[in-house]
Design a protein around this ligand. Structure first.
Ligand code: HEC
Ligand code: HEC
Ligand code: HEC
Ligand code: HEC
Length: 219
């Protein structure tokens, strides 16, 4: 029904005064893209602060108290490990993985609205299940997040307490990663955590062999 000449008219080369629109449009798109990226980066950054994490995890009162009490919050050096340091990939080095993790984590909003963990009691009831998830992740990425700050290469192992010297030297041989001995570094351990840890170790034995090692203290 449409008049073919009209159609041709639509596609004909634009009048010269409109031609300027092409580069202008291009610049506009670039501008919109840049602003979009900036906004996105701001949002990504803002949602990686401990304040943001704690905006939900505060209802689960214990997380705050545990975090504040841990040596990773207050210590002689004044260096503080934020939630994201230990729970998200480094955005500088692994941007894509970081963005993907944030998308997955944003689904926790649903659980938050459902009130899955809005009291200490509910949190405690789920702790084992969530610790299991984090341990599995740590076993699989070989404690990548600890390595954001710590490196065996930069430890003066000889100056460490005897037990640490022995264990760290052994870890270098066996390929064990930090989490294999340092469970519960920033949070209270779940009840019957030893059994859960053993299960996680077995399930991830293809990454790092299961050794049954637990908790650095007193070993
Ligand atoms: C919108 C509220 C909300 C925010 C913000 C939030 N969380 Fe959570 N988080 C939850 C809820 C609810 C769960 C339990 C989810 C479930 O049922 O699996 C959870 C679970 C977790 C777990 C348990 C293991 C897992 O992988 O599911 C970790 C670790 C965690 N959050 C860390 C963080 C960190 C780090 C931040 C900040 C970057 C953060 N959360 C921000 C609500 C939130
Ligand atoms: C943001 C940097 C950062 C991250 C990430 C980090 N740490 Fe630390 N860690 C520190 C600093 C700084 C100290 C020194 C604190 C002190 O003087 O007690 C420390 C101390 C320690 C100690 C000795 C004190 C103690 O509490 O027993 C251990 C063990 C340790 N870290 C293990 C880990 C493990 C395991 C991870 C990963 C789950 C990790 N750290 C992640 C910065 C970090
Ligand atoms: C094979 C077990 C094992 C592994 C793996 C391991 N550690 Fe340790 N670590 C220990 C033991 C045991 C101690 C001594 C604990 C104590 O004295 O209470 C220790 C102590 C430490 C200390 C305190 C040192 C000091 O001078 O007081 C830091 C920091 C630490 N470990 C960080 C790490 C980090 C980071 C990783 C991963 C890169 C790691 N450890 C891997 C067993 C291990
Ligand atoms: C020093 C590293 C470190 C810091 C800092 C840290 N976490 Fe964790 N987090 C872990 C590890 C490792 C686990 C696995 C369980 C364990 O070993 O305690 C864990 C477990 C969890 C869990 C699962 C439930 C549990 O209690 O085990 C939640 C939820 C969580 N972290 C949230 C947070 C939030 C929110 C913050 C900031 C307030 C934070 N974490 C700070 C290392 C850390």
């Amino acid at each position: 029904m449409s008049d073919p000449s009209e159609k041709r008219g639509l596609w004909k080369w634009p009048k010269s005064k409109w031609l300027l629109g092409i580069p202008l449009g291009g610049f506009l798109m670039l501008g919109v893209g840049a602003v979009g990226l900036l906004v996105m980066n701001k949002v990504l950054h803002a949602t990686s602060t401990s304040e943001f994490c704690l905006s939900c995890h505060t209802h689960q009162g214990i997380s705050v108290a545990e975090f504040e009490a841990s040596s990773h919050s207050y210590n002689n050096t004044g260096v503080r490990a934020e939630c994201a340091d230990c729970h998200l990939p480094d955005p500088e080095e692994k941007w894509l993985h970081y963005v993907m993790m944030k998308m997955v984590v944003s689904l926790d909003i649903i659980a938050e609205i459902r009130g899955v963990a809005n009291t200490d009691e509910k949190y405690e009831a789920h702790r084992a299940e969530w610790a299991r998830k984090v341990w599995t992740e740590y076993r699989e990425n070989e404690s990548e997040y600890c390595l954001h700050c710590h490196q065996f290469d930069h430890m003066t192992i000889a100056d460490q307490p005897r037990l640490a010297q022995r264990r760290h030297t052994r870890a270098l041989d066996t390929g064990q990663s930090c989490i294999d001995c340092h469970q519960g570094i920033a949070h209270k351990l779940p009840e019957n955590w030893e059994q859960i840890w053993d299960e996680v170790e077995q399930e991830t034995a293809s990454v790092v062999p299961a050794t049954g090692t637990k908790l650095a203290e007193g070993k």
